[in-house]
Design a protein around this ligand. Structure first.
Ligand SMILES: [Zn+2]
Ligand SMILES: [Zn+2]
Length: 293
């Protein structure tokens, strides 16, 4: 069985570092090809050609530890789609959904993802936060989408313009549900515009998934998620992996000490930390990395 891509392979494909590798052969022609290559990495994993869930998790952990700030910066300052100047809606769709957003959705909910949002480090390039940028992009997409709806056959419209919106809404819901406290608040005007569109989209039938995602994002925006509180709480605990001793089967929650290198896990005692380092089925060692955040 061949190995899943390395974190560096993924960073090369995403344009975060220079170089080539076995799994990222040749220069990348354009942003569409970048997304295709990245999707291939994850799709072949899902089809079982390439690696295991565990390997994928290790690679994603290493990727997030090393490249997450660069990835978010790249999403915030998305490159232009092509030099000749694409149609405005295409450019907007691409700014909303591209290889960077695809990768962000793969990284959630590994602990480094939440560590990044909890950190005090500058959130992203030029002081903008991911959530603010997502909101701005979704809000400015609304009017263009309405316009285009009249012009295109339904199938083209779904693939080109609804799917990007769907994925942007997914990430927005994640940010609203789990990381709102760590984000700059959404200014009132943008919030009102967003609410208006979410209400509109959740009643429109053009794509059922967009309806559901709009419904979710609308509820998340009001802090009234329809997902049961217990489920959200459980996910929050998982995101803050440090609330329980990370040694399997140990339930101690008091007087924990975080791993000094990665700080994504914590232990009740040195004995459990040592035992978890490489002695368990899912040892800590291969997911432990220093981060700049
Ligand atoms: Zn313990
Ligand atoms: Zn560690």
């Amino acid at each position: 069985m061949s190995r899943f891509r390395t974190a560096k392979d993924l960073a090369i494909i995403l344009g975060l570092v220079e170089g080539t590798s076995l799994h990222a052969p040749g220069p990348i022609r354009d942003e569409h090809q970048r997304l295709n290559r990245l999707e291939d990495c994850f799709v072949s994993y899902f089809l079982g050609f390439d690696g295991t869930t565990y390997q994928r998790e290790l690679v994603c952990a290493e990727f997030a530890a090393h490249y997450l700030p660069a990835l978010i910066d790249r999403y915030i300052d998305a490159p232009t789609l092509n030099a000749s100047g694409p149609a405005p809606l295409e450019q907007r769709a691409y700014e909303m959904f591209n290889a960077s957003l695809y990768m962000l959705l793969q990284l959630y909910p590994i602990p480094y993802f939440s560590k990044y949002f909890r950190s005090q480090a500058p959130i992203a390039a030029r002081g903008k936060t991911l959530m603010r940028v997502l909101v701005d992009r979704i809000v400015s997409y609304g009017p263009l989408l309405d316009q285009k709806k009249e012009e295109l056959p339904e199938d083209d419209f779904d693939d080109l313009y609804c799917l990007p919106l769907l994925d942007a809404l997914k990430l927005l819901s994640i940010c609203l549900r789990f990381f709102t406290k760590h984000q700059e608040p959404i200014p009132l005007e943008a919030r009102n515009n967003l609410t208006r569109y979410l209400i509109k989209w959740r009643h429109q039938s053009w794509m059922i998934d967009v309806q559901y995602s709009s419904e979710d994002a609308y509820d998340d925006l009001r802090g009234k998620s329809r997902i049961p509180t217990a489920v959200i709480e459980a996910a929050r605990r998982q995101l803050k992996a440090r609330e329980k001793c990370a040694f399997p089967k140990c339930e101690v929650k008091e007087n924990l000490r975080a791993c000094t290198r990665c700080s994504i896990v914590a232990y009740c005692s040195e004995a459990h930390q040592r035992a978890d380092w490489n002695g368990t089925r899912f040892p800590h060692k291969p997911t432990c990395f220093e981060t700049e955040y």
